[in-house]
Design a protein around this ligand. Sequence first.
Ligand code: AQP
Length: 337
Amino acid sequence: METTVPARKKITFSGIQPTGVFTLGNYLGAVKNWGPLQDEYRCIYSIVDLHAITVRQDAKALREQALRCYALVMAAGIDPEKSILFYQSHVPAHAELSWALGCHTQFGELSRMTQFKDKSAKHADNINAGLFTYPVLMAADILLYQTDLVPVGDDQKQHVELARDIAGRFNGVYGKTFVVPEPYIAKAGARIKSLTDPTVKMSKSDPNPNSFITILDPPETILKKCKRAVTDSDMQVRYGEGKDGINNLMTIYSVITGKAFDAIEAEFEGKGYGDFKTAVGEAVAEELRPVQEKFRQLMEAPDYLKECYTRGAEQAAALAERTLAKVYKKLGFVAKG
Ligand code: AQP
């Protein structure tokens, strides 16, 4: 009798840093896209707290943010029964593989990373080695799980490409060890811009809170931030060159409502920016309402959250240790007795 081997479900891995309450940028560019992948893929998602300390953090605030971040990811649609959701620091294999991969990554490659250049400019008083080797840890995060697909915002594309290069190089030297992952970048919303300077990306660690909308902002704050968003003096809602602020608001509105840019232009034909900004604010508030509601419920169930992240770490560690053992063997380390 012929037996058919079921195809292995493809694996996705992605992470988010608990460096603050995540923003509309993190949500539209990454986390919102994670949920729909859960039925088709074996999804592995991590709160990447090891990455967060590349920038100086207050320990108490980081712990609280990390707990909220876990609940927020669940509130945004990640079901821990379907996906593996865990804290990076709970699985030591991430740091261990990072060391091994760091010994196979060139100084010159890391020097070219734009995030390193941006972050070292922003934190000139703390350009630490971790900030420099961040992409190696990210490569370890991805490669540990034999990941096929990495759903990220556009800003992380360069890091995923480096992970691909490292995987290819390691496989070339030691024989097939890692799956070479592909970035998975949403067509729309992959780079949401700051509301106060629409030439730069919206970031949760931006010192100006008016520059971003957080997932937990109340509707009146969202509306206020949208109304204050920097635009231009053209007064026409249309997507075009030199209209970064309006382009950004149109992108947000389009990703949330599913409306195409020309439909949005028609909807606001002859209307001022005030009406448009109000519509964007209301759409964002409505989109986030169920996420905020679910988040509040989860935060009232700390034991349940703990159960989820404990199980998540066990599941992740089992997979990660398998890859790490394979790597150590290929590198020539003596096996544990
Ligand atoms: N503005 C953005 N638009 C679209 N996607 C974005 N992402 C981040 N900002 C935007 C995506 O969100 C995921 C998680 O990001 P992260 O927390 O791991 O780190 P980050 O990219 O450095 O995000 P922030 O908000 O700018 O954090 P801080 O301020 O701490 O550095 C990633 O998939 C990212 O692409």
